[in-house]
Design a protein around this ligand. Sequence first.
Ligand code: ATP
Length: 272
Amino acid sequence: MTEDDATIILPTVTDRPAAGGILDDSAIDATAVFARVGDVEDVKHALIELDGVGMTYPGPPPVEALKPVVLRVEDGEYVAIVGPSGSGKSTLLNLLGLLDAPTEGTYWLDGHDTSKMKEATRTQLRADKIGFIFQAFHLMAHRTATENVAMSLVYQGIGRRRRRQIAREKLELVGLGHRLDALPTTLSGGERQRVAIARALAADPSLLLCDEPTGNLDSKTADSIMATLDELHAQGLTILMITHDHDVAERAERAVTIRDGQLREGNHLAEH
Ligand SMILES: Nc1ncnc2c1ncn2[C@@H]1O[C@H](COP(=O)(O)OP(=O)(O)OP(=O)(O)O)[C@@H](O)[C@H]1O
C-alpha cells in the first residue's frame, strides 16, 4: 500500500479516535477498545470519515450512484474531489453536506455519527459545521452584500447588530470591505462569489464545501477566487471542493478522483 492509498483507508474500530461529541453506543465501545490499545497520542482527529458510505437512488430502476466508499479528511486539509459528469460528485456533495442521508454506511463529521441522527439534529449540525459555496452564487438580489451575509445568521440566535458586524468582518476578510452596501446586480461575478464565500464563513464553519466554485467565472477571476480559497486554507480552514476540472483540482493540496461512484486517491481525471 502506498502512503497515498493509506490516507483514504479508514482506521479499524480499534483505532478510531475518541472524537468530541460522540453520540452513539458503538462509538463508545470503539473508544473503550481504543483506550486498551493505549495509542491515543498517535491518532489524529478526522473532520470527515466515510465508512462504507453508499447511495442508491430508489428509482425505478434503482441507481447505485455511490458505491460504498471510505474517505478520511483531516482537520485543515484542502481536498478536491474530481470526476467527470455523472460520476457521483453531486451525490457525494449532498451526503457530505448533510443535505441527503446515505442508504448504507456511516458518515462521521467532527466525531458525530450523522447516520443515526434525527433530521433536526442534522440540520443544526450542518448549520454549525458546514459552509457552502456553489457555482451559481445564490444571492438575494434585493439585499445588499452585508444583508446577504448577515441573514445567513438569523437562525443562529445572533442579534441583528452582531449579525451585521460579523457580516462586515467576513466581507472585509474576502476583500469586499469597500462594497458592503452594494446590491448583487451591481457586483461582478467574482465579487458575487466573494459575497457567497463571506456568507459561507459567517458561522465560522469547520468545513467549507465548494461545488464548482469557479464554474461561472472567467479564468482570471477564477484564479483570484482560488487564491482566496488558498488563503483561507492557509489560515486553517478545511476545504473540500467538488469539480470536473482537472486544473482546478490541481490547486488543492490533495485530490481524490470519483468515477462511476468509486473513489481513488489522486487526480486521475486525465486518464481514459
Ligand atoms: N435523484 C436521482 N434518482 C436517480 N438517479 C440519480 C438521481 N440523482 C442522480 N442520479 C444518477 O446518479 C449518477 C450520479 O449522478 P450525480 O449527479 O451525482 O453526478 P455528477 O458527477 O454530479 O454529474 P454532473 O457533473 O453532470 O453534475 C448518475 O448516473 C445520475 O443519473
